[in-house]
Design a binder for this molecule. Structure first.
Ligand SMILES: Nc1ncnc2c1ncn2[C@@H]1O[C@H](COP(=O)(O)OP(=O)(O)OP(=O)(O)O)[C@@H](O)[C@H]1O
Ligand SMILES: [Mg+2]
Length: 312
């Protein structure tokens, strides 16, 4: 997150998506709930967009609850929702304490009872209760890493949301693909999905200008164009250039490269975000990166020496 001096987060080029979210916040304020999915490639700005919308929701007097899936936390059921809804054994209200005890196995339950399923029922009841107190926004970020029980609760809430003053937001990457995640796209209508694509060129230049402290010159703009409109890559690129003193702003306010700059940390940052892919998939991406922006499957077959069927 890159807070601006007034404490808000810099967000360029997402006016249309943000205005949809703000419209849904207004709907929720009027008692009409909606379930929304925000998806897009790693680093494209899903969380940043939804954080900005949540700040607007807070300003509009909504309660905001935010939890996120975790690649390493999938074994623990419901963790994103427990975090979002602040469920701890020390909570004040009895329902939160009951859920917490249930998941710790501290409650007396019938033999063979599925604790996670029982906790899921209680969580749905809790969300229902909370939204009776006033309009609420519940975000599950990184839904692609959430455990299946969390996804099941999200989908139950999505089906019931029209009756609640609740804006339910799920944020996810298109991969890894999972059947339960795919089914969410059948519950949420096409009009309630926001697919974030690459930032358009004017937004890229605006972001670069903000990060570089000056209007980008030709060389810097050319380098930034190679980041495929991905704000994470742009942010990493500009950080790396600044750290290695490869940028300068002239008296006319033009930010330009000082020499031939290839920041080492950019490939690292990209590799880090792609670390969840299996090694063969990363190998294909490395080959694809060498082939450039446009290439055919036949090129990829030749370069990777892999049959088409294995690539798909
Ligand atoms: N529209 C934007 N304007 C300015 N900065 C942005 C914008 N979108 C994203 N950023 C910045 O780019 C970086 C990556 O954004 P973010 O973490 O929101 O991506 P993401 O899509 O949630 O990625 P992931 O799938 O890995 O969770 C962050 O530093 C964020 O502040
Ligand atoms: Mg994110």
């Amino acid at each position: 997150m890159r807070p601006l001096t007034d404490g808000t987060e810099l967000l360029v080029g997402r006016d249309s998506e943000l205005s949809w979210l703000v419209a849904w916040i207004r709907e929720v304020g009027a008692g009409r709930g909606v379930a929304v999915l925000v998806d897009g490639e790693p680093g494209i700005g899903k969380s940043a967009l939804v954080r900005t919308a949540c700040a607007a929701a807070t300003d509009a007097g909504c309660q905001v609850y935010w939890g996120a899936g975790d690649e390493l936390g999938q074994a623990l059921p419901l963790l994103p929702l427990l975090d979002a809804l602040r469920i701890t054994p020390a909570a004040r209200d009895p329902r939160r304490v009951a859920i917490s005890k249930l998941l710790r196995g501290g409650a007396v339950v019938g033999k063979g009872a599925d604790l996670a399923a029982r906790a899921a029922e209680q969580l749905i009841a809790l969300v229902d209760e909370l939204s009776q107190d006033g309009p609420a926004v519940l975000v599950v970020d990184e839904l692609q890493w959430a455990d299946r029980t969390t996804v099941a609760v999200w989908s139950r809430l999505a089906r019931a949301v029209r009756q609640l003053p609740l804006l339910l937001i799920g944020v996810l990457r298109p991969i890894p693909r999972r059947d339960d995640l795919r089914s969410l796209f059948r519950i949420v209508g096409p009009g309630e999905r926001l697919r974030l694509g690459r930032l358009a060129e004017p937004a890229v230049l605006e972001l670069v200008a903000e990060l570089a402290g000056g209007k980008p010159g030709a060389e810097l703009a050319r380098l930034a164009a190679g980041a495929a409109g991905n704000p994470l890559y742009l942010t990493e690129l500009l950080d790396a250039l600044t750290r290695s003193s490869c940028l300068q702003v002239d008296p006319a306010g033009i930010a330009e490269l000082t020499g031939a700059a290839t920041p080492d940390s950019l490939p690292e940052a990209i590799a880090d975000r792609l670390g969840f892919l299996p090694e063969p998939a990363r190998g294909v991406l490395r080959a694809a990166a060498l082939l450039g922006v446009g290439f055919s499957v036949a090129d990829l077959v030749t370069v990777t020496n892999t049959p088409v069927a294995d690539l798909l």
